[in-house]
Design a protein around this ligand. Sequence first.
Ligand SMILES: Nc1ncnc2c1ncn2[C@@H]1O[C@H](COP(=O)(O)OP(=O)(O)OP(=O)(O)O)[C@@H](O)[C@H]1O
Ligand SMILES: O=C(O)C1=C[C@@H](O)[C@@H](O)[C@H](O)C1
Ligand SMILES: [Mg+2]
Length: 187
Amino acid sequence: MNIFLIGFRGTGKTSVGKILAQRLNRKYIDADEYLEQKEGKTIKDIFEECDEGKFREIESDVIAELCLQNNTVIATGGGVVIKEENVKRMKKCGVAILLEADADTLYKRIKGDITSTTKRPGLTNYGEYQEIRYLLGKRKPLYDKTADFVVNTGKMSIDEAAGKIASFIENYVMDFDKGQDPSLTMQ
Ligand SMILES: Nc1ncnc2c1ncn2[C@@H]1O[C@H](COP(=O)(O)OP(=O)(O)OP(=O)(O)O)[C@@H](O)[C@H]1O
Ligand SMILES: O=C(O)C1=C[C@@H](O)[C@@H](O)[C@H](O)C1
Ligand SMILES: [Mg+2]
């Protein structure tokens, strides 16, 4: 069983994923980094040379490849839930953990992260803050529908978020073995 971290840009999938994998003694893969290595280009370059549609095709191929893994913590790209085929694949081979935070927190984190210039090209014609609000609203139903467990990282350290997920996974595996519904929400 894999552990997929899903959620909007800046919710902490990459940062939390690394710590979570260490805690659970599992392998860690970042889908955005895997995609950049596979293509030999940054995400920004792909968006500039092609378009978002091409990026989403490559992203789906990456998810299909990563679903061949087992017992791995996989930090996905923020838009992974847009395609139903990605969701179906992830749910077949793992659990989906949704990381959330409010738009103001996400804006501050994204602005403060030096990797944003190469990894987070603009996705709309809105300004940066408006884009976050708009896409959060549009994607929320998709994130919610996909999630087996939700952690709001807005007022939580990276370590705390990893700890909450680690506890869930330990309990989830037990519940899963007993055939019970694993869905829970923790703020
Ligand atoms: N809980 C947290 N508290 C404070 N800062 C955080 C927290 N989680 C992440 N950050 C910071 O926010 C920035 C973005 O985090 P990260 O790259 O992990 O997000 P992401 O969800 O992987 O984004 P993307 O979808 O674009 O890959 C980083 O600078 C990181 O250090
Ligand atoms: O939210 C999104 O659509 C994206 C998030 C990043 O993780 C990257 O996958 C890319 O910049 C697209
Ligand atoms: Mg990331």
